[in-house]
Write a protein that binds this ligand. Structure first.
Ligand code: FES
Ligand code: FES
Length: 156
């Protein structure tokens, strides 16, 4: 069965079984390896992508269910080598963490900040509750996300 997918604004096709986890199709068929496979249980958030703008753990989404959705991966955030506003702020705040947890955090926050109106620090922490890092901390990431949210409010 041929599945039509829209990934990062491009039309793609997959011949995978529709029950294949989306993260495996992204990584193995399309070489979009930003979404990481860590727990495969929906617990860690490392595989987070956006489906129609909403964060989703792609290890638990069968690719057949993602057909018809706009799938957005971390690879789409920087355009022509220019970081997204959120990525820039993360860099400024020295908040970038390891390659296992951080892509998922970026995607969760990208989806959250696109919808949130003037979020509080607590709102941001709540948004990140499904993204696990066991080795550093969340404070700089939350600081940076708050700054990105405030910049959006100021810029309109
Ligand atoms: S690998 Fe998907 S939530 Fe952990
Ligand atoms: S899991 Fe990435 S810095 Fe802790």
């Amino acid at each position: 069965m041929r599945l039509s997918l829209e990934i990062n604004g491009e039309d793609r096709f997959s011949l995978s079984d529709p029950l294949t986890p989306l993260v495996d199709v992204l990584r193995d068929e399309f070489f979009l390896t930003g979404a990481k496979v860590v727990c495969r249980e929906g617990f860690c958030g490392a595989c987070t992508v956006l489906l129609d703008g909403q964060p989703a753990v792609s290890c638990l989404v069968p690719v057949g269910l993602a057909a018809g959705c706009k799938i957005t991966t971390v690879e789409s955030l920087a355009r022509d080598g220019v970081l997204s506003p959120l990525q820039r702020v993360m860099e400024e705040y020295d908040a970038v963490q390891c390659g296992m947890c951080f892509p998922g955090m970026l995607m969760t926050l990208t989806g959250f900040l696109a919808r949130a109106r003037n979020p509080s620090r607590e709102d941001i922490k709540e948004a990140l509750v499904g993204n696990v890092c066991r080795c550093t901390g969340y404070e700089r990431i939350v600081d940076a996300a708050l700054a990105a949210a405030q910049a959006t409010v100021v810029e309109g």
